[in-house]
Design a protein around this ligand. Structure first.
Ligand code: GDP
Length: 424
């Protein structure tokens, strides 16, 4: 694998961080290419247990260069806090092993406020935002109303640019939302506390990657969230505001000419979904509560209980297709070990007809899950490291998913720790 994207196939939280952490030793560069600090990647390894939000999951390996590409929502405040938290646990983060693209746009303090104000205005029609400012950030980026990290190199010019944006943004804050205006003093504090702290990490990462490409170095492109949260191909409007697909990786990482040779799609052995929006395979009641507890399905960023359901073969097949996945990592198989029978969402029923196709976003509310049950294995598999040692029912479960989604499952994860993996 020379250039490999690791992406989510479902609604996010599939365990991408865990797979990136596992595979990083094969790569020279690990690059985040989209999204912000609005979701979390949990990584458990010999260095400890970490909930990463914006930092690439390759930071635990010596010699690996980690890059935050131009496609990310670069929040100086959250990033600086995260850097300090991770450093406090003994991980070295220096301008040598962490680099921020000078072309990354900055998430500004008012983006978080606007996110919360809009969700408040929507009241019971909320999108389920994590209120980290991601949607207002990306809309301003597309309106060219934010600043680039590299502008920090000339502070006077940076301040003047910010002052003109402030004047414009206060029209919305006060006029539309009847909220407090921002002041330049407040922004000066933000510059001093956070922007100047991250400035030493800012550089021309495009040039670094171009040189790396010429030298034949290997690159791992790390995505946030999953196919169904993609701004263009997901469950609009309950998506995130960036492209979560591997096809966006070359643009967002800083190397538009990159050809991604491998796309590893991460699929969870059952389904979870955080926040609002259609979730056709959702389970409720005691069965759902048991699965949520077994999988510890609470958001890494917000602590919110995740909605749960059986593996959804319709949504997963669609996710594999839009990601162009070449291999699958199936995670959290161990969580299903207690079940005598495992429900599987095999098709959807839409307007009285059964279908294998993932519906148009606004039709999803009318879709129902067609559930079939397959035998469980009822044995603890968390210690298994070889395919042939998995119980037959567990092997059959993997093979059933593989056949339905048309993509080979190359990794089966049976625990959160780095070594809890079966290679096929
Ligand atoms: P990401 O955003 O896709 O990286 O996923 P999250 O970190 O939000 O959620 C995945 C969670 O599942 C984390 O708490 C991981 O430690 C955990 N995890 C990953 N793989 C496995 C696995 O195979 N078994 C178990 N039990 N937990 C896992």
């Amino acid at each position: 694998m020379n250039t490999c994207a690791i992406v989510g196939i479902n609604w996010g939280d599939e365990g991408k961080g865990r797979i990136v952490d596992l595979l990083t030793e094969q790569f020279n560069y690990v690059i985040r290419f989209q999204g912000g600090g609005n979701a979390g990647h949990t990584v458990i390894n010999d260095r400890g247990s970490f909930a990463l939000h914006l930092l690439p999951s390759g930071i635990f390996h010596d010699g690996v260069v980690n890059i935050l590409g131009n496609g990310v929502a670069l929040d100086p405040e959250n990033l600086w806090k995260e850097i300090q938290e991770v450093r406090a646990k003994g991980i070295s983060l220096t301008p040598e092993n962490l680099k921020i693209s000078d072309r990354a746009s900055l998430l500004l303090p008012w983006h978080r406020d606007l996110d919360a104000l809009e969700e408040q205005r929507l009241a019971d029609r909320q999108y389920g935002s994590t209120k980290q400012g991601i949607a207002p950030f990306y809309s301003d980026k597309y309106q060219k109303k934010t600043v680039l990290a590299g502008e920090l190199r000339n502070l006077n010019q940076f301040r003047a640019h910010l002052a003109s944006l402030l004047e414009w943004k206060n029209l919305t804050l006060t006029g539309v939302y009847h909220s407090e205006p921002y002041t330049m003093e407040k922004l000066e504090q933000w510059i001093a506390d956070y922007c100047l702290q991250i400035l030493p990490f800012v550089c021309d990462t495009g040039k670094i990657l171009k040189d790396a490409q010429k030298a034949g170095k290997s690159m791992l492109l790390e995505a946030q969230l999953g196919s169904l949260r993609d701004l263009d191909y997901g469950i609009v409007p309950y998506t995130t505001s960036s492209n979560t697909l591997a096809a966006y990786a070359p643009i967002g990482c800083g190397l538009p000419s990159l050809k991604t040779t491998d796309v590893i799609g991460v699929v969870k052995a059952y389904s979870t979904c955080v926040g609002e929006g259609p979730f056709v395979c959702e389970m409720f009641g005691e069965e759902a509560e048991k699965l949520r507890e077994a999988g510890k399905e609470y958001g890494a960023k917000t602590g919110r209980p995740r909605r749960v359901g059986p593996v959804d073969l319709v949504a997963t097949r669609y996710g594999v297709e839009v990601q162009g996945a070449t291999k699958i990592a199936l995670t959290k198989m161990d969580v299903l070990s207690d079940m005598a029978e495992i429900p599987v969402c095999v098709r959807y029923r839409l307007d009285g007809e059964e279908t294998d196709e993932f519906p148009f976003p606004t039709d999803l509310d009318r879709a129902e899950a067609v559930i079939e049950k397959v035998p469980g294995w009822q044995t603890d598999i968390s210690g298994v490291r070889k395919w042939e040692d998995l119980p037959k029912a567990a092997q059959d479960y993997v093979l059933m998913i593989e056949k339905a989604i048309g993509c080979s499952i190359a990794y089966v994860s049976v625990g959160p720790e780095r070594e809890s993996i079966i290679y096929r």
